[in-house]
Design a protein around this ligand. Structure first.
Ligand SMILES: [Zn+2]
Length: 445
């Protein structure tokens, strides 16, 4: 075996010595495998809306292939839908392409080279913001600078500031260029800045970016808002403050903001969450935000805890003559109450009446079909429902009266009739014909 291996090795050495041309050719192939070199970078293009925009790259190397890419932010790159695999690409300039970056990846068997990224600016369309302003943190007394980059032609710039992100004002300092600079100070801490970029084709407004000034006391940029919560749920207050090295402490007041206490629950973050309990209903909350330079206290806001309704006066049973009006009434306390009366013939199955029955008081015409029905009211708010007692409607079809009396009665046994000997009876209209049109208050209720 050893001898045979030696013979193969010798044969290989001989072959290499005798075939120097073969070795040279292999070496040449390696030499040709060099990365593409971009000899002429593409240049930025400005093209009128609707016209053709063309980018071009020149590269040296062998076996080159080209692939153009575009990006709106210079970070994420995509392949165009149009033909883009040659050294030169062309496309129609339009509003949606305004501000896009283009670059070309040139590839051969040795690898790839990527060109510079250059921008397409489309004239005749409204501006496009290609780089939004970024939040800035600057020490008190130093210069704070915001910058926007927009694509388009004939652009003008106007920066604005806001303390709440809703109302925007124009600064007193120069602020009509792509870059704006100002001295960072306490009064500017937490302000938002944005830029309105215009040309004759339209206006675009940048994102808002915040200025945080270090070395000054905190500024509250978003005040807490009042909270209404149902008992048993959670209530959360939140504050947003600008500044560096911030700490937070929430406090509550039960006397309308005269004295303030620290809660027993965790309350030292920008947001505080607690159980909404009836005991906390009406408390005021505020947050003290502190850093090395000082403290600021937020607005005080109220916690309203909604509890289930409480029925303070139950409905009472009603006895009424047929054809008259029967009325039930419930009295409940609570906020945001709604009412729904129900009726039942057996006290088990409850139905909603066809007549109006969604107020504290419900009225209906008494008739034989309604005699004996039970009525109850379901009182509801955001915290839940409570159901009243069920009370009976008694509809009397025969009424009683005496010729000398002034009222009609639901029963001949009414105490008001105890000493009467001549008791007459009939329908409520029979009684009315004899001048008895008022029900007795003793036996009707
Ligand atoms: Zn009576």
């Amino acid at each position: 075996m050893k001898k045979r291996n030696l013979r193969i090795a010798l044969a290989l050495c001989l072959a290499l010595l005798l075939l120097p041309g073969l070795a040279n050719r292999a070496e040449a192939a390696v030499t040709n495998n060099t990365l593409p070199t971009i000899t002429t970078q593409p240049t930025a293009v400005t093209a009128a809306n609707g016209k053709t925009a063309t980018f071009k790259v020149v590269a040296s190397g062998t076996g080159l292939t080209y692939q153009w890419q575009y990006s709106s932010d210079g970070k994420a790159w995509k392949t165009p839908s149009f033909t883009s695999n040659t050294a030169t690409i062309s496309m129609t300039a339009n509003a949606s392409r305004n501000g896009l970056l283009f670059r070309c990846v040139v590839t051969n068997s040795a690898g790839s080279a990527t060109s510079n990224a250059v921008r397409l600016t489309v004239s005749g369309v409204k501006p496009v913001i290609t780089t939004q302003p970024a939040a800035v943190t600057v020490a008190n007394g130093k210069t704070a600078t915001f910058k926007v980059v927009a694509s388009g032609t004939g652009l003008t710039y106007q920066w604005q500031y806001s303390s709440d992100g809703k109302t925007w004002k124009t600064p007193s300092f120069t602020s009509n260029a792509a870059t704006v600079s100002m001295t960072a100070n306490a009064s500017r801490n937490g302000l938002l800045f944005r830029c309105v970029v215009k040309n004759s084709y339209g206006t675009v407004t940048s994102n808002a970016a915040r200025l945080t000034v270090s070395g000054v006391k905190p500024a509250i940029t978003t005040q807490p808002t009042a909270v209404t919560a149902t008992a048993g749920s959670k209530a959360t207050f939140k504050v947003v403050a600008s500044g560096t090295g911030l700490t937070y402490q929430w406090q509550y007041s039960s006397d309308g903001g005269k004295t303030w206490k620290t809660p027993s629950f965790t309350s030292n973050a920008a947001s505080v969450t607690m159980d909404a309990t009836s005991a906390r209903n009406g408390l005021l909350f505020h947050c003290v935000v502190t850093n090395a330079a000082g403290s600021v206290t937020s607005n005080a806001v109220k916690l309203t805890v909604i509890t289930k309704p409480v029925i303070t006066t139950q409905p009472a049973a009603v006895t009424v003559a047929s054809g008259k009006t029967a009325t039930f009434k419930v009295v409940a306390s609570g906020t945001g109450l709604t009412y729904q009366w129900q009726y039942s013939s057996d006290g088990k199955t409850w139905k909603t009446p066809s007549f109006t029955s969604n107020a504290a008081t419900v009225s209906m015409t008494a008739n034989a079909a309604r005699n004996g029905l039970l009525f109850r009211c379901v009182v509801t708010n955001a915290a839940g429902s409570v159901t009243s007692n069920a009370v009976k409607l008694t509809v009397v079809s025969t009424v009683y009266w005496t010729p000398g009396g002034t009222k009609y009665h639901s029963t001949a046994d009414c105490p008001s009739l105890a000493r009467s000997s001549n008791i007459r009876s009939g329908s409520v209209s029979d009684a009315a014909k004899e001048g008895k049109s008022e029900p007795c208050k003793n036996c009707f209720h």
